[in-house]
Design a binder for this molecule. Structure first.
Ligand code: ATP
Length: 202
């Protein structure tokens, strides 16, 4: 089985995430993509919105994704413990023996891979798949991919144009009373307003 592992804070999940996942699903003919919100994120301050709510928004996004995504609660279930990718990917290999795992990530994450917890083991657990974002270009990513390859870390870079959306922008808009229509899946938009999340942030 070919599995896409897509981790993130997903606070909230947005259409940039869906775009990235769809690209890799199409390119790699993935059987499933597990959208996995962090419990306590190692690369960010822990967010105000609890893991359960971020998981629920991922579940809704997955429901609307025509079978592209599945929400996976491994890291949310372990909330309170650091959710390192090596731990989650090792668990996935145990759950799906013999599978190939493709870890889907934005350009910022790809550029920082070597500083991740237990990089030497991490690089044996997945192929790391990325695309340009936030000023990090395809050629920069390609150069970094070759550097990682020399260190024994397999990567793939797509030249898909960036969809300029971030969770930060979605939260900013909600708190400022601006529309987020078209930036997030419709069910996620409804969930945000129904639960009044982000309305008092920033
Ligand atoms: P925030 O604005 O809160 O920092 P974010 O929009 O970057 O959040 P995350 O949940 O941190 O969202 O993202 C999960 C993964 O998806 C990261 O690897 C990130 O780089 C990537 N990603 C997020 N938005 C996009 C986008 N528009 N295009 C491509 N990759 C993206």
């Amino acid at each position: 089985m070919r599995i896409g592992f897509f981790g993130g804070t997903f606070n909230p999940p947005h259409n940039g995430h869906i775009n990235l996942a769809r690209e890799w699903s199409d390119r790699l003919s993935l059987d499933r993509i597990l959208m996995t919100p962090t419990g306590t994120p190692p690369h960010k301050e822990s967010s105000d919105v609890p893991g359960e709510a971020r998981f629920e928004m991922c579940r809704i996004a997955a429901e609307e994704s025509d079978g592209l995504l599945e929400a996976y609660d491994f890291e949310v279930r372990r909330s309170g413990q650091k959710s390192y990718s090596v731990i989650t990917l090792s668990a996935l290999h145990e759950e799906y023996p013999g599978s190939e795992i493709f870890m889907i990530m934005g350009a910022d994450m790809f550029m920082s891979l070597e500083s991740w917890y237990d990089f030497d083991r991490l690089k044996t657990l997945a192929v790391f798949c990325t695309m340009p974002r936030g000023g990090i270009t395809f050629s920069q990513l390609e150069e970094h991919r070759l550097h990682l390859k020399e260190r024994g870390c397999p990567g793939l870079v797509s030249d898909l144009p960036e969809m300029v959306i971030s969770s930060t922008e979605v939260r900013r808009r909600v708190s400022g009373g601006e529309s987020i229509h078209g930036l997030v899946p419709e069910g996620v938009e409804k969930y945000i307003y129904a639960h009044g999340i982000y309305s008092k942030q920033n």
